[in-house]
Design a protein around this ligand. Structure first.
Ligand code: SF4
Length: 348
């Protein structure tokens, strides 16, 4: 039996029923693909429904403010995905006459869309024969064919794509791709049940005892440490907040005023730095700081060590940077904040 037929037979019995499968609305498919990058299906499903309810069409998404989009995205992390979604929706409205691109190359021009996402949208929405290659597909295919190229690199993508383009079912690339991803996720798992696998008789990894050693992973980059001191400056039921504007993590999200250190600092040094910052940047003197907690917040490429100091201020600072303002307890629910700041606001 051909590869695609065997895969299809397995998919008929075990494939997942997901709300963005079997639809051909490219905008809704695009949303699902961007949300599901680095997000589990169970969590992503809620966000997908939330987004299509708030922004049913690409025109609605383009018309929203970036702050509204970031707010709806809050909790998903990797906020550049939300910023790119928003920018791409505006590009579709401004440069494509409001029509979602319907070629692989056109889809690839959207901000935040790489080869995997373009292939997914092209195949699911337009039935174009582009294979999708995610981590699950790498695992399955590298084991089946005994491929030892380190995965998740450009070279690996090109190699696997070439192989899969010869295997893809040109009549139903959408079902082929859905089956491929599900097979890698549900059957050829990290610890697979090979006895129940329809590909067992031809699987190179099984035959050569390499199921546990494939796929080969590219060496991981160790996350870098960052040391943040956040100042919770309160005046009545309001607190001072600032928007991150630099090209850095959490760009355009809101947070407490921040002092960054190169390394871990003693509590007395943190208080001294807080006093200096308040005096020099905000014109506030004589503040009494109290410890408001610490936490370690893990991002993919960063480990953020955060300390929080709290102080009451009698009146808002007379002068403050442009990206800073007092925010009431009610209003804070409507501005997009990083997951770390959300954790702090919820009591860590
Ligand atoms: S036999 Fe095992 S390792 Fe090979 S494709 Fe099937 S589940 Fe994966």
């Amino acid at each position: 039996m051909a590869f695609s037929q065997k895969l299809e037979a397995w998919y008929n019995d075990f494939g997942r029923d997901l709300p963005w499968r079997g639809i051909d609305n490219p905008y809704h498919i695009w949303l699902s693909e961007i949300i599901l990058q680095q997000t589990r299906i169970e969590q992503g499903r809620d966000y997908w429904f939330r987004f299509i309810e708030a922004f049913p069409t690409v025109a609605d998404l383009a018309a929203a403010t970036e702050e509204q989009v970031l707010r709806l995205w809050q909790g998903l992390g990797y906020y550049s995905r939300a910023r790119n979604l928003h920018a791409a929706a505006r590009y579709i409205m401004d440069q494509c006459g409001g029509r979602f691109p319907d070629t692989y190359e056109g889809i690839l021009r959207l901000k935040g869309v790489g080869r995997y996402t373009a292939a997914a949208i092209a195949s699911f929405a337009y039935r174009l024969p582009y294979p999708v290659i995610d981590g699950n597909v790498y695992r399955f295919i590298s084991r089946l064919y005994g491929i030892a190229t380190p995965v998740a690199t450009d070279a690996a993508y090109t190699e696997f794509e070439g192989l899969l383009r010869r295997l893809i079912d040109p009549e139903r690339p959408d079902r082929f791709n859905a089956a491929l991803m599900d097979f890698g996720s549900l059957q050829c798992r990290p610890a697979p049940d090979c006895a129940a696998c329809p590909f067992a008789s031809e699987c190179v990894a099984l035959r050569t005892g390499r199921v546990d050693s494939l796929p080969v992973k590219a060496a991981k980059v160790r996350p870098t440490d960052r040391w943040f001191l956040y100042l919770d400056l309160r005046c009545g039921d309001s607190r001072l907040m600032q928007q991150r504007t630099a090209r850095d993590i959490w760009r355009n999200l809101w947070e407490l005023p921040l002092v960054e250190f190169d390394s871990q600092s003693a509590p007395a040094a943190l208080v001294a730095a807080a006093r200096r910052y308040c005096r020099e940047s905000l014109g506030l003197t004589g503040l009494r700081f109290s410890d408001a907690g610490t936490c370690v917040h893990q991002l993919t490429h960063r480990t953020v060590h955060a300390a929080f100091l709290r102080a009451e201020i009698a009146t808002p600072p007379a002068a403050m940077p442009e990206n800073m303002r007092m925010v009431s307890a009610e209003e804070i629910k409507d501005i997009p904040v990083s997951r770390l700041i959300d954790r702090y606001l919820q009591g860590l």
